[in-house]
Design a protein around this ligand. Structure first.
Ligand code: SAJ
Length: 430
């Protein structure tokens, strides 16, 4: 049966979810406190980049099934997809979830569903959401069906993963979980597994923690191999031939709003017990500094007061425009704080960067960023960087040093042109 659904939060999760429900026949009110986002939506436009999302949103708005508003209103179901950022002392900031829940209370009616999609510390539905919703006077689990349905989509592949990924739905009781499952069945083709709300919260956090800890292991291996004088990428490739081994990839750090944040929500719950999780976070957070140190070693021959470093890529991973928690920002800051370096940055997906009063000047292309530089760091493996004209790049640079942090470029080809090619995690080039 077609429903009216109010989706609170029109970001990387809320907007695609709204468009998905709307193009499957439901009436969607997309709610955001940012008027610009709402106005853009009502004009069929979007303010974030995600492949094909613009087309889908436009279709949904044109059909009349998706409209944007700055306040929630009465509906059959409410989906909360607001951010759960991290505070400076690494605690979950639940203020957006709290205000979204409070905003829907006056509109709740008997038989409504409330779904929390935002990634939250274990116990959030039980201890934070339910007490707020109970202010409506409705009996949670009977008159009001409540569940956690964590999002699991990969930025860059959101639309396909929304449909195909398996989902976990954790209800305050079975009745709630089953009702929410029926709603999501509208477009989810993957398996749907039902459980309780706190288990669902922990599953979501552990999925990202599992990945974060495994990347930390790969980063530790990279640092070890640099010291031992061997190539970590070869170790990984060969070790992964074992049928039960899947070592992840090292890199300049772990960013994004998920892996760099979610493990802290578990640490916060029990810091004494969550030892590996915390250490993994610390190792990954140290990677920008390790890249910086390696760059300084490469540049140590240079006797100059102003050394020019070019950095390619500023996003937290390849082929997206998202710079949240990007380790590359930390790397840039390390060079700037040292004072000896002039840094130029280019990213084909980011034309300007300004966050909390800190702004970065972006170059207009690879070659203007590289002009006169003594070292070029490949920080993000955007597909577009495979198409660089390396002969031209060689001519532009003052000293032909490349530090590849992603094992993305062809060492042989670059060496043939005349570059000194260095690879993160490869001690054989030291
Ligand atoms: N990275 C590495 N080495 C690797 C893999 C990734 O250094 O081997 C780095 C990336 O460069 C990036 C960071 O990790 O900085 C995170 O990238 P990612 O592609 O692993 O994940 P996200 O943050 O874009 O999306 C994750 C996904 N979670 C898992 O794969 C377990 C996604 O499915 C979740 O929905 C999403 O978090 C989320 O919203 O929680």
């Amino acid at each position: 049966m077609k429903k009216k659904i109010c989706i609170i939060g029109l970001g990387y999760i809320g907007l695609p979810t709204a468009a998905m429900f709307a193009t499957h026949g439901h009436k969607i009110v997309g709610v955001d406190i940012n008027k610009k986002v709402v106005d853009a939506l009502n004009n069929g436009k979007i303010t974030i980049y995600e492949p094909y999302l613009d087309i889908m949103v436009q279709a949904a708005v044109t059909s009349g099934n998706l409209i944007g508003k700055t306040e929630p209103e009465e509906a059959d179901a409410f989906i909360i997809a607001v951010p759960t950022p991290i505070t400076s002392d690494k605690k979950a900031d639940m203020s957006y979830v709290k205000s979204a829940a409070e905003a829907i209370v006056p509109h709740l009616r008997q038989g409504n569903m409330v779904v929390l999609e935002s990634t939250s510390p274990p116990g959030t539905v039980k201890n934070l959401l339910v007490p707020i919703l109970e202010r409506s006077g409705l009996k949670v689990g009977e008159d009001l069906l409540v569940a956690h349905c964590p999002e699991r989509v990969l930025p860059g592949k959101i639309l396909i993963e929304l449909v195909e990924n398996p989902r976990i739905i954790g209800g305050v009781n079975r009745k709630s979980a089953e009702a929410v499952m029926e709603l999501y069945r509208t477009f989810v083709r993957g398996e749907i597994y039902l459980t309780d709300a706190t288990t669902a919260e922990m599953c979501k956090l552990m999925e990202n923690t599992y990945r974060d800890v495994n990347i930390a292991l790969a980063n530790e291996l990279a640092l070890l191999c640099e010291k031992i004088g061997i190539n970590a990428w070869e170790v990984i490739q060969l070790s992964n031939k074992h049928p039960r081994v899947n070592i992840h990839l090292p890199g300049p750090g772990v960013g994004g709003h998920c892996l760099a944040v979610d493990p802290w929500f578990i640490v916060e719950t029990d810091p004494e017990t969550a030892k590996i999780i915390k250490l993994g976070r610390q190792i990954n957070d140290s990677m920008p500094y390790n890249v910086f140190k390696r760059a300084i070693e490469i540049l140590s021959e240079k006797d100059s007061h102003c050394i020019k470093v070019a950095i390619l890529g500023i996003t937290y991973k390849s082929n997206i425009d998202d710079t949240r928690e990007s380790p590359i920002i930390e790397l840039i800051k390390l060079f700037e704080e040292d004072g000896k370096y002039q840094v130029s940055i280019y990213d084909p997906h980011v034309s300007s960067y300004n966050h909390n009063g800190y702004s970065i000047n972006m170059s207009k292309d690879v070659y203007s960023a590289a002009e006169g530089s003594d070292l070029l760091i490949l920080a993000v493996n955007h597909d577009l960087f495979a198409k660089v004209d390396f002969e031209l790049l060689y001519k532009k640079m003052a000293s032909p040093n490349i530090l590849d942090t992603r094992n993305f470029w062809d060492r042989k080809m670059l060496s043939k042109i005349g570059f000194n090619y260095y690879l993160l995690g490869d001690g054989s080039t030291l």
